[in-house]
Design a protein around this ligand. Structure first.
Ligand code: OGA
Ligand code: MN
Length: 292
C-alpha cells in the first residue's frame, strides 16, 4: 500500500506516473542539451521518488548517454557480456528477427550476484518493434511492506545466495550455454578468479532513501545456513509475491525512449513477445555499493 502521494512537480521538470506502483515519465528535459546542476538534482530526486524514470523522444549520441550516466555514478562493466566495440561503457542489448531468446526475460535485478551489484541501469531505445518488447518493473519497497508482520520477522536477518552462473533453481545451466544459438548476445568467460556467487541481505535498506525493500531475484539460489530444500519454497513464494500486478509497472518503448531504474529497490523483466521483429537498446549500468 502506498502511504504517501507521489510527487509530480519539480523545479525544472514534471513527473507523470505511468502506473500506481512506480514509474514516471519525465517531461520538460532534453538530454541532448547540457544538464544543469538544478536539472540533475530534479532528475535524481524524481528517480528516487518514482524508482523508474523514462524520457521519450530523446536524440542523444553514445557519448551523451555515457556522460549522463556518469552523473549517477561510475560505469559498471558486465563480467559475462562483450560491450560495444567503440564504446566499452555500453552493452548493446539486441534481439534480431530470427532470435528466439532475449536478454533479461526473468524477474531480476542487475548483477545481484556480484559483491557490489549495479545500482542503476539506463536503457536507451535505438530500434523498437511495432508492438511488444515492453519492460516491466516491480517495486520492492511495496512488496516488502505488503508482507505480514510474521513473515517480516522471519526473513529480517536472512541472507540470500545469488549466483550469476549455473543457477541451481534453474537447472544449473551455464550462462554461455543459455545464450548459445543467440546471434546477438555475446557472452564471454568471466575474468579468472571473479567470484560470481555472493550473499546479500534478503531485506535491504536503501542507502539514499532509508526505506526497506525485498532483494530477491532470478539469481537467488539459496539462503545462508538453510538446506536447498528448505530455502526453495521460501524463494519460490517470494518470487511469486514480487510479481503481484499491483507492485508493477510496464513501459511501452518508442524509438528514443530512455529509462533509468534503481536496481536497489526494483526488479525488472524484459518481455519476449515480438518474434520476427528487432529491438536494439543501448544499456549502461552504474556501479553500486554492497547491499546492507
Ligand atoms: C537489462 C534488461 C530489459 C529490457 O538490460 O538488464 O534486463 O527490457 N533489459 O531489455
Ligand atoms: Mn536486467
Amino acid at each position: 500500500m502506498l502511504l504517501e502521494k507521489r510527487r509530480l512537480n519539480y523545479d525544472t521538470l514534471e513527473a507523470v506516473p505511468f502506473a500506481g506502483a512506480l514509474g514516471a515519465e519525465i517531461q520538460g528535459v532534453d538530454l541532448s542539451k547540457p544538464i544543469t546542476k538544478q536539472i540533475f538534482i530534479d532528475i535524481k530526486q524524481a528517480w528516487l521518488d518514482h524508482q523508474v524514470i523514462c524520457f521519450r523522444d530523446q536524440d542523444i549520441t553514445p557519448k551523451q548517454q555515457i556522460s549522463f550516466a556518469k552523473k549517477i555514478g561510475s560505469i559498471h562493466q558486465h563480467p559475462f557480456m562483450v560491450p560495444m566495440k567503440d564504446h566499452p561503457e555500453i552493452l548493446e542489448v539486441i534481439k534480431l528477427e530470427n532470435d528466439a531468446q532475449n536478454f533479461g526475460n526473468l524477474w531480476h535485478t542487475d548483477q545481484s550476484f556480484m559483491p557490489n551489484p549495479a545500482k542503476a541501469t539506463m536503457l536507451y531505445a535505438k530500434e523498437v518493434p511495432p508492438y511488444g518488447g515492453d519492460t516491466q518493473w516491480s517495486n520492492m519497497y511495496l512488496a516488502y511492506e505488503a508482507l505480514s508482520p510474521g513473515m517480516k520477522d522471519l526473513i529480517a536477518d536472512l541472507k540470500v545466495e545469488n549466483t550469476g552462473n549455473k543457477n541451481k533453481t534453474r537447472g544449473g545451466q551455464a550462462k554461455k550455454d543459455r545464450y548459445k544459438g543467440h546471434s546477438s548476445l555475446k557472452p564471454k568467460d568471466p575474468p579468472k578468479g571473479l567470484k560470481t556467487t555472493n550473499f546479500h541481505p534478503l531485506v535491504r535498506t536503501h542507502p539514499e532513501t532509508g526505506r526497506k525493500s525485498l532483494y530477491i531475484s532470478s539469481h537467488t539460489q539459496g539462503i545462508k545456513d538453510f538446506a536447498f530444500e528448505e530455502a526453495l519454497p521460501l524463494i519460490s513464494f517470494l518470487r511469486k509475491h514480487i510479481q503481484k500486478p499491483e507492485f508493477t509497472a510496464r513501459f511501452r518503448w518508442g524509438e528514443g525512449s530512455l529509462a533509468l531504474w534503481d536496481n536497489r529497490c526494483v526488479m525488472h523483466y524484459a518481455m519476449n513477445d515480438y518474434h520476427g521483429f528487432r529491438r536494439i537498446m543501448h544499456r549502461i549500468t552504474i556501479k553500486g555499493d554492497r547491499p546492507r
